[in-house]
Design a protein around this ligand. Structure first.
Ligand code: FEO
Ligand code: CA
Ligand code: CA
Length: 631
């Protein structure tokens, strides 16, 4: 018997309730491992003296002095304010807000009802996440993911704080997906162009073609789509990517939380369990309006989600395509880089405790101005294996290495990666490629199971390599340099760019690496992106209790880092109970756009409108007061 599921819980908490910890966790043994590692992990000796962490190796020179710092702003202090804080020389403004209409036939957000299905379909979706800004002549088109809806907020008009009617459920479905909006600048502030022909909403019901190796496979066929070629909708769209041929990539992350079973005796298949699909959803109740979310009736429907989806944002009638060759897992973002020989490399993280880091390498080559429209359908998926000696390998997932067909590898990617012995990671979030150097970075946000519990496929999670701390609740950023300075090569060298921690509480590995101090400490790095000047922006989605192990860290935040020196400064603090996520830059580089997601997720924010208003996700623009470019 499983424990009852509380009304409002996080994804992690839900997982814990449904898949309780193994008893086998041998904490003694783990503590020993950590202790023995202190010689190279603890502060001082540890971070100062070995080749393990940035700031100490040939990969990274020592931190710069203040005078030569490239981070030219006064850092923002940690705080718990219910607003955005940026350095004095910067301003911020709201660009889009959940629930505000994109067309004049829509209605402004209703604070009382928090909208209806009909109003939400015509309005900006909820919980903005990854985004890109596209130009079409002098027009600017902002494409932003709408990851999910907070039930206690969107259904805050209901006593139960849950969807109570079919319209409630449909409103939730319409709050998911993607918002495409033309934006324009007036008096220095960007805002939506209502009724622009570019405006578009993509939701959990938008038809999307299934493309690549899984198209038409038996596991993709359902009663509604017997050919297995056309799925309905995309949801839990987390990070994003953009291609050099002008398309947008949206990444389906926690797609599993929307499926449930009307038959409580239904036994979810092992391949469902690996992906966290079970008889209970996370409270969205989508199966109450559409049987395709009922796994006892439509067991193949979940196989059609968990992909990278590509579309042309400048054509509001363009067809979206699920690029199944890039694998099925809890996709975070998709970071593209064109290798010297023209092959396109896409780095991909699977954000689940103990899952893997991937890259896809296209078979074909990118040609400027040529037809690149199906490049992402054909290529090889690789998964990362890290070694303790600071080297690593990209292991190909092929029929030869896995005993699975291309279609099976595309659909059951986690199982394929387990077969080749990939390294279980501390929840890979965004990957970012340095524009000035052949190297890439991945945020490993945290992993309380590290060293304590295997992943859902039974793969061990040893305390070693790029995942050096047991019960890791702070996270780290790993960096790698491909062999031969070639992103298409199959090996690399790696180090740790930063290990987050709290040096005011801990003086061991949990105090963080030497580029962490009382002024810049943070936990749970998530969003990562390089700007044009080669500085690395870091965003957090972590513990904002500001207590105990997290004392002094304040609300979730955004920091700026110099990859050459390892210097990190806090640039922004978000409002209460939010995360900061997503990046886009204006063409003139004078505005950076970011998303403020799930403010008040536990009921303690009135951002952005104040008073007693409903907390709402926004995309904001940040610019310099002096009007100069920001990056
Ligand atoms: Fe949607 Fe892994 O963050
Ligand atoms: Ca994220
Ligand atoms: Ca997140």
């Amino acid at each position: 018997m499983s424990a009852p599921i509380p009304d409002e819980i996080s994804f992690d908490e839900f997982d814990d309730i449904r898949t309780p910890k193994n008893e086998a966790s041998d904490f003694e043994k783990i503590s020993q491992t950590v202790l023995s590692r202190r010689s190279f992990l603890g502060k001082g000796v540890a971070f100062g003296a070995t080749a393990f962490v940035m700031g100490t190796t040939a990969l990274s020179p020592a931190p710069a002095s203040a005078a030569s710092s490239r981070l030219k702003f006064e850092p923002v202090a940690a705080n718990e304010l219910d607003t955005i804080t940026v350095p004095n020389e910067f301003d911020w403004h709201i660009v889009t807000t959940w629930g505000e209409p994109l067309w004049s036939k829509g209605v402004p957000f209703d604070q009382e009802t928090r909208g209806t299905a009909a109003s939400q379909e015509l309005a900006v979706g909820d919980n903005a996440d990854g985004m890109s800004l596209f130009q079409d002549g002098d027009k600017n088109i902002l494409v932003s993911n709408n990851e999910y809806v907070n039930r206690s907020i969107i259904y805050g008009n209901r006593e139960s704080k849950k969807p109570e009617t079919a319209d409630d459920v449909n409103k939730g479905m319409a709050g998911h997906g993607i918002t495409v909006a033309e934006i324009t600048q007036k008096d220095g502030k960007w805002g939506v162009v209502i009724d622009s022909p570019y405006n578009r909403r993509i939701t959990a019901n938008t038809p999307i073609e299934i493309s690549g190796p899984a198209r038409g496979h038996a596991m993709m066929k359902t009663a509604a789509d017997p050919e297995g070629v056309l799925a309905l909708g995309t949801w839990n769209n987390c990070g994003n990517g953009r291609t050099p041929w002008g398309t947008y990539l949206t990444c389906e992350e926690n797609f599993n939380g929307y499926f449930s079973s009307s038959d409580e005796n239904y036994k979810p298949k092992p391949e469902m369990k690996r992906y966290g699909i079970g008889n209970k959803d996370w409270g969205y109740a989508w199966a109450t309006v559409d049987d395709r979310f009922d796994i006892s009736k439509n067991p193949n429907e979940p196989n059609r989600f968990g992909y990278i989806v590509e579309f042309d944002p400048l054509n509001p009638k363009s067809t979206l395509k699920k690029r199944t060759a890039l694998g099925r897992f809890k996709h975070e973002n998709a970071e593209l880089v064109v290798a010297d020989n023209g092959q396109v490399v896409v780095y991909l993280g699977d954000d689940e405790r103990g899952e893997f880091l991937y890259k896809f390498v296209t078979a074909g080559k990118f040609t400027e101005g040529g037809d690149n429209s199906n490049l992402l359908d054909d290529g090889t998926l690789f998964v990362a294996k890290f070694s303790d000696d600071m080297s690593g390998k990209w292991l190909p997932l092929t029929p030869e290495t896995t005993g699975m067909s291309h279609a099976e590898i595309s659909i059951l990617t986690r199982q394929a990666a387990s077969k080749v012995g990939a390294t279980t990671m501390d929840r890979p979030e965004w990957v970012a490629v340095n524009p000035n150097k052949v190297e890439a970075y991945v945020a490993l946000t945290n992993n309380k199971n590290r060293g304590k519990k295997p992943n859902a496929g039974g793969d061990e999670t040893p305390v070693d390599g790029p995942n050096p701390r047991a019960g890791n609740h702070y996270g780290q950023i790993v960096r790698w340099r491909p062999a031969n300075a070639d992103h298409a090569s199959d090996s690399f060298e790696w180090d740790l760019f930063v290990v987050a921690g709290n040096p005011t509480v801990h003086n061991d590995a949990y105090g963080g690496s030497k580029n962490i101090n009382a002024e810049n400490m943070f936990n749970s790095p998530d969003g990562l992106a390089f700007d044009a000047s080669g500085l690395l922006w870091i965003q957090t989605d972590g513990n904002y209790s500001n207590e105990k192990d997290f004392a002094g860290m304040g609300n979730n935040q955004m920091l700026l880092a110099d990859p050459e020196t390892g210097e990190i400064k806090r640039f922004l603090v978000g409002p209460k109970e939010c995360e900061i996520t997503g990046f886009a830059w204006s063409a003139d580089r004078k505005t950076v756009f970011i998303a403020v997601q799930h403010p008040g997720e536990k009921g303690n924010s009135h951002y952005p409108d104040g008073g007693m208003t409903v907390p709402r996700s926004t995309v904001i623009g940040i610019s310099r007061k002096d009007g100069n470019s920001i990056s």
